[in-house]
Design a protein around this ligand. Structure first.
Ligand code: UDP
Length: 695
């Protein structure tokens, strides 16, 4: 009808040229025979909204109610206020059934197992996930080290790093149907006998050639980081030789760290293990210490070597400085703040780190475009908190429905995912929101806004999940007593600043702007949670929003602007982009002169430009001009109020020395971040984004 066309016409005008190019290249459906497009962007949003809203029928809603929800979901997407992760946009309502972006697949020390979790089972699982646009993470720490014996063939093991190469090649071959290349996270824990090979797997001579479809991260524990600080030795372990069948050294180390917060929790674990006849957490009926674990490992002959933790750490830092890999995953922090810690230990994350997941779990993401919630009120810029609440409410409902709408490629993935029902509502456009509010990214005020926004979003996401539990029931693994309320361990703003020695205080302006956040009462929410249950074991997550931020026409995730003008290299071609907000400012100061613009485009920044006023220079500081500690601090602010992970790239200038990487990694640990990645400009031959136009 006519009304429908009107809707398509006006909403499509919100879509930028670059967004349209991306949509056209990969998202809009085509007729497989004629290869002609069969939908517009608005039709795509409709297709997705309908598919996701239809799930409500499973929960007894009638046609009218379902349609109302569909309209809400459509509104949110078509206004570019909320966009789900790529697989949900591409695959909803099509033959392909995966709508989630994040997966973790276990890899046991066997070629293949009846449970389907041996090395080649994992490889197959990976291919199935990649085919449909998902990203996969693996912990390779259970594999016996290089040179170890293989009993069945009396041969010699090739070790985890060489097995990773097979995963890498397979990723190349599958290439996700030509639409999206598979992404992987490879993890090895710092205690593994092959960890030195792992650390070097992508650097030096191997840079730009090896494991190109992998991000790699070393899983480190607090005991390890403490040993680094003190220059102490740590053991490297052969996991095959540890006493507990099918398990590893990891369990000792983890539990020795004692993130079993209190005695009642320890009691619970003891009881559980007694009932199940297991003993992995225990030695002689109690949780053991690191020292005790060492004694056991020594008796077992499982210690291959002692190395200086400091040296190992320096190697990690050198690698990261040289090539961006490896990053770190802080395994203790991840598990300490995992709400459903009682059903297992997390050893890995998805490719970009925003989802620490149990073996076989998957998670779907969606992000709110923050800049859409900056409004002018009485001549001043302010934040539309009510609008934000609405977006959070429907965002979480959307993501929860995705769990039911998904067609899972393997039954293990379906079971693990439906047991915990993890969803990850995130954000994009933080940098542009800050610019609209007139706040430079590298300021205490900006950090404060991050902190307050994260808290607000987490609160309302959690509240929505409680409301959804009333309506549809709790996630099956929910235990009202053992569920861990991570907000109870969120650090306050001041103490985070103290860690990094920043003395400034937030201004009255930002305090006033966010005072609604101070009135939130999490303890009331806890009462409700205990009474009514909870629909999702995690509710928020900060994803990189690499593509969906282009679709939404905003800055990605919680990152500062990357450049004011740049060339973006993506699978489908080269894009030249000039930040439209920046252009607006140039116009305001009457600086939109072609010559000035050309000059800026050549470098991507205005730092050295004599024509640009100082306030504007401050406001438009780009990723490499923002001091590294502000990158890390923003990540820490968002991680405090986040029950899963926060993806962030700590972008460094090309000339930063290795010491900067070291400082960043240490600071990240001290600030309670779950994982950290650095990227020094130009340290890879192929990078997605280059500065300036003249490259
Ligand atoms: N991802 C992937 N391949 C890609 C980009 C992303 O598999 O080329 C997965 C990966 O798990 C990543 C997650 O999608 O962590 C989210 O990435 P992002 O937010 O950039 O995805 P978008 O939804 O914007 O495409």
């Amino acid at each position: 009808g006519k009304g429908k066309w009107k809707e398509f016409d006006s909403r499509d005008l919100l879509i930028s040229y670059n967004a349209l190019k991306v949509l056209e290249a990969r998202y809009l459906l085509k007729d497989p025979n004629t290869l002609r497009y069969i939908e517009t962007p608005q039709m795509m949003f409709r297709r997705v909204a309908r598919h996701i809203a239809n799930v409500e029928k499973l929960y007894g809603k009638d046609e009218k109610q379902v349609k109302e929800i569909e309209d809400k979901l459509y509104e949110m997407m078509s206004n570019l206020k909320f966009i789900p992760n790529t697989p949900a946009l591409m695959n909803s309502g099509t033959r392909l059934g995966i709508l989630s972006a994040c997966f973790v697949i276990p890899v046991r020390d066997a070629m293949s197992t009846p449970n389907g979790d041996g090395i080649y089972d994992a490889l197959r699982a990976m291919a199935l996930v990649h085919q449909q646009g998902g990203g996969t993470g693996f912990d390779f720490s259970e594999l016996r080290p290089k040179g170890d014996i293989v009993a069945s063939t009396a041969g010699v093991a090739s070790g985890p790093v060489s097995f990773m190469r097979i995963f890498d090649v397979s990723t190349d071959v599958v290439k996700q149907g030509g639409k999206r290349r598979g992404a992987n996270m490879g993890v090895m824990h710092a205690w593994h006998a092959d960890v030195q090979d792992f650390i070097r797997a992508k650097t030096g001579e191997l840079r730009d050639t090896h494991l190109q479809n992998f991000n790699i991260s070393v899983g480190v524990y607090d005991y390890f980081m403490n040993a680094v600080e003190r220059g102490e030795a740590v053991p490297l372990i052969n996991p095959r030789k540890t006493r507990i069948p099918g398990k590893d050294w990891d369990y000792y180390m983890t539990n020795a760290r004692g993130y079993m917060h209190d005695e009642s929790v320890q009691e619970y674990i003891l009881k559980e293990l007694e009932e199940k006849g297991g003993s992995v957490y225990l030695d002689e009926s109690r949780i053991i210490t690191v020292d005790e674990a060492l004694v056991i490992a020594e008796k077992e002959n499982a210690i291959v070597q002692w190395v200086n933790a400091r040296q190992l750490f320096d190697e990690i830092v050198k690698g990261a400085w040289d090539s961006g890999d490896p990053g770190l995953l802080f395994i203790d922090e991840i598990n300490r703040r995992h709400p459903v810690w009682y059903i297992g230990k997390i050893n890995a994350t998805n490719p970009c780190g925003e989802e620490p997941l149990l073996p076989w779990e998957s998670c779907n993401l969606g992000s709110i475009s923050l800049e859409k919630f900056v409004v002018e009120k009485d001549g001043k810029m302010s934040i539309d908190w009510d609008g934000l609440v609405e977006a959070i409410k429907y965002g979480v409902r959307f993501l929860d429905n995705v769990i039911d709408a998904n067609r899972y490629p393997l039954k293990q993935i379906e079971e693990a995912t439906k047991k915990t029902r993890k969803v990850g509502l995130g954000v994009m456009g933080l940098a542009r929101m800050l610019i609209k509010l007139g706040i430079p990214y590298d300021s205490v005020d900006a950090l404060y806004i991050s902190y307050q926004l994260a808290k607000f979003i987490y609160y309302h996401a959690l509240k929505t999940s409680i409301d959804l539990a009333k309506e549809k029931g709790s996630f099956p693994a929910y235990d009202p007593y053992y569920y861990h309320d991570i907000w109870e361990s969120a650090r306050d703003f001041g103490s985070l600043l103290e860690v990094s020695n920043i003395k400034d205080k937030p201004s009255d302006y930002v305090k006033k702007l966010t005072e609604v956040v101070d009135r939130l009462d999490f303890s009331l929410l806890k009462e409700e949670r205990i009474k009514f249950g909870l629909r999702n074991s995690t509710v928020v997550s900060v994803a990189p929003t690499g593509t969906i931020s282009i679709i939404a026409g905003t800055s990605s995730s919680i990152e500062p602007l990357f450049a004011l003008a740049f060339v973006r290299n993506v699978a489908v071609g080269k894009f030249i982009e000039i930040d439209p907000l920046f252009l607006e400012y140039l116009r305001k100061y009457e600086l939109d002169d072609p010559e000035v613009v050309q000059k800026i485009a050549e470098t991507g920044t205005v730092a050295e430009n004599p024509f640009i006023p100082r306030t504007m220079k401050k406001l438009f500081r780009t990723a490499h001009e923002v001091p590294p500690e502000y990158h890390v601090l923003h990540q820490a602010m968002w991680q405090q109020w986040n029950d899963s992970g926060t993806s962030k790239t700590i972008n460094l200038k090309s000339e930063e020395p290795p010491e900067t990487v070291e400082k960043v990694y240490m600071l990240a640990w001290k600030l309670g971040i779950k994982g950290v990645t650095v990227y020094r400009d130009r340290s890879k031959s192929q990078q997605v984004i280059y500065f300036g136009i003249k490259k």
